[in-house]
Design a protein around this ligand. Structure first.
Ligand code: CMC
Length: 436
C-alpha cells in the first residue's frame, strides 16, 4: 500500500447480501483521509463511479496541497502567497523538482543548468514553416513540443535518472523558446535566439519582443510581474492537464510526448484557455451597464455560457492565486502608469455584482486565477492568443515535477479507469440483407 495506512477502516456492506469488505483508510500529511478501494472489485464485484474524479485520489504526491474550503495552496509545504512575493520562478521550479528550497550555490547551479538548455535544435526552425501563419499558438505548441521527442533522442530512456533530469531541464528551458517562436511566427517576425545572461521571465519577454533591427531592453517591472505570473501558474495538484500528463506517462511514453498531451489538455476553455476567454468575455460585455444582462444569460441553463474566470472544482471559498493576481494587476497597471483601464473597471464591477448574486453565492463560485491574469497580460502587451501559451510555459514545471514523481514511484501502474457500460447487451451480427 502507498501513503500512510491508519488503523481506521471503512466497512462497505452490500445491502440485501451477506457480502462486505473493509477498506483501509490512508492518511496524507494533511487533508482528508482516503479510502483504499482497490479490493472492492475482488471482494464485492463492484467498481466505484466518479465521473470527473471529484472524489478520487489517483496517486500519492508530495508536491502540491490544496485546501479548497480554506483557500490554501502549498507547494512542498510553502504557501503560494510567500512563494509569489519572496521567491522566483526558477527557485520554485527547483523546489518542486527537488522537494527543498536550494541554497545559494544550488540555486546558481540550477539556474545556469536550465538556462544552458534554452536554445532549440536549429532544424526546429523549419518545423514551424509547416504551420499556417494564422494557426493558434497553442496548436503550434502541441505540435512542436510533441516533436521534441524526435529531436532529443539522447534523453528518452525514462528508466535512466540522468535522462529524466536532462529531459526535465530541456523542457523547462525550451518550452519558453518554442512559445516565443510560435508568437514570432504568427506575426511574421524573425525568431529571436534566447539570451542566457537574462533571467528566465526576462529572457522570455526578450524573445517575444526583441527584433534583430534594434537593441531591446526588457522592462524590469514587466519581468518581475511575468515571473510572478509564472509562479502562480506553476502547479496545481492533480488538475486535468497534470492528470493527462500522468496518464500518458503511466504507459511509459517519453516526457516530451507527455508534456505535449498536457498542453493539449490545458488548451480547453474550462482549464487554461479560460484566461483568453475572460478577455473575450469582457470585450463582449463591453461596459458596466451590460453586466446584469450578461449575468442573466450566464444563469440561464439553456444559454450554455459561463462567467469565465469564475468557479473552480476544488476552491469553494476563494482561489488564493486570484487574490495575488488581482493585487498584482493593480500594481502592474500602477507601475506602468496605466490609470484608466476600462477592462479592469469592468472586471472589478463584474466581480462585485457576481459575488453578491445568489446564483454565485449558492454555488460557491469565486474568481479563479484566470479572472485577472488576462488583464495584466494585456497591459503587458502580450497578445490574447498567447495567454494560454504562457500558462503552458509555467505549468511545464508542474507537469515535469509530477511526471518525475510518478516515474520514481514504485507503486506506479498504467492508468486504466473502468466504466459503467450503458450500451447494448451482447447480440448477434445481422447480415446487411436481413436488416430491416
Ligand atoms: N459560470 C456560471 N455557472 C457556473 C460556473 C461559471 N463560471 N462554474 C460553475 N457554474 C455552475 C454550474 O452551472 C453548476 O450549476 P448547477 O449546479 O445549477 O448545474 C454548478 O456551478 C457547479 O458547476 P460544475 O460544472 O459542476 O463545476 P466543476 O467543478 O465541474 O467546474 C470549472 C469547474 C472551473 C470547470 C467551472 O467552474 C467553469 O467552467 N468555470 C469557468 C471556466 C474557468 O474559469 N476555468 C478556469 C479554472 S482555474 C484555472 C485552471 O486551473 O485551469
Amino acid at each position: 500500500m502507498s501513503g500512510q495506512a491508519t488503523p481506521g477502516t471503512v466497512t462497505v456492506t452490500m445491502d440485501g447480501t451477506n457480502k462486505s469488505t473493509k477498506l483501509q483508510l490512508i492518511d496524507g500529511t494533511i487533508g482528508p483521509q482516503v479510502a483504499d478501494i482497490r479490493k472492492l472489485y475482488s471482494d464485492l464485484g463492484i467498481f466505484t463511479y466518479d465521473p470527473g474524479y471529484g472524489g478520487t485520489a489517483a496517486c500519492d504526491s508530495k508536491i502540491t496541497y490544496i485546501d479548497g474550503d480554506e483557500g490554501i495552496l502549498l507547494h512542498r509545504g510553502y504557501p503560494i502567497e510567500q512563494l509569489a512575493t519572496q521567491s522566483s520562478f526558477l527557485e520554485v521550479a527547483y523546489l518542486m523538482l527537488n522537494g527543498e528550497l536550494p541554497n545559494a550555490a544550488q540555486k546558481a547551479d540550477f539556474d545556469a543548468g536550465v538556462m544552458r538548455h534554452t536554445m532549440v535544435h536549429e532544424q526546429m526552425r523549419s518545423f514551424f514553416q509547416g504551420f499556417r501563419r494564422d494557426a493558434h499558438p497553442m496548436a503550434v505548441m502541441c505540435g512542436v513540443v510533441g516533436a521534441m521527442s524526435a529531436f532529443y533522442h539522447d534523453s528518452l530512456d525514462i528508466n535512466n535518472p540522468e535522462h529524466r533530469r536532462i529531459s526535465a531541464f530541456r523542457l523547462i528551458a525550451k518550452v519558453p523558446t518554442i512559445a516565443a517562436m510560435a508568437y514570432k511566427y504568427s506575426v511574421g517576425q524573425p525568431f529571436v535566439y534566447p539570451r542566457n545572461d537574462l533571467g528566465y521571465a526576462e529572457n522570455f519577454l526578450y524573445m517575444m519582443n526583441a527584433v534583430p533591427a534594434e537593441p531591446y531592453h526588457v522592462n524590469p517591472i514587466l519581468a518581475r510581474a511575468m515571473d510572478r505570473i509564472l509562479i502562480l501558474h506553476a502547479d496545481h495538484e492533480q488538475n486535468a492537464s497534470t492528470s493527462t500528463v500522468r496518464l500518458a506517462g503511466s504507459t511509459g511514453a517519453n516526457p516530451f510526448a507527455c508534456i505535449a498531451a498536457g498542453i493539449a489538455s490545458l488548451w480547453g476553455p474550462a482549464h487554461g484557455g479560460a484566461n483568453e476567454a475572460v478577455l473575450k468575455m469582457l470585450a463582449e460585455i463591453g461596459s458596466v451597464e451590460n453586466v446584469k444582462h450578461f449575468l442573466d444569460q450566464v444563469k440561464d441553463k439553456n444559454s450554455h455560457s459561463r462567467l469565465m474566470g469564475f468557479g473552480h472544482r476544488v476552491y469553494k471559498n476563494f482561489d488564493p492565486r486570484a487574490k495575488i493576481m488581482q493585487q498584482t494587476c493593480h500594481e502592474v497597471l500602477g507601475e506602468l502608469g496605466i490609470k484608466n483601464e476600462p477592462l479592469l473597471d469592468l472586471a472589478v464591477e463584474l466581480e462585485r455584482i457576481a459575488l453578491s448574486d445568489d446564483y454565485f453565492i449558492a454555488r460557491k463560485l469565486y474568481p479563479n486565477v484566470d479572472f485577472y491574469s488576462g488583464i495584466i497580460l494585456k497591459a503587458m502587451g502580450i497578445p490574447t492568443s498567447m495567454f494560454t501559451v504562457l500558462f503552458a510555459v509555467a505549468r511545464t514545471v508542474g507537469w515535469v515535477s509530477q511526471w518525475m514523481e510518478m516515474i520514481e514511484d514504485p507503486s506506479q501502474r498504467i492508468g486504466r479507469p473502468r466504466q459503467v457500460y450503458t450500451g447494448s447487451p451482447q447480440r448477434d451480427f445481422v447480415p446487411a440483407s436481413q436488416r430491416g
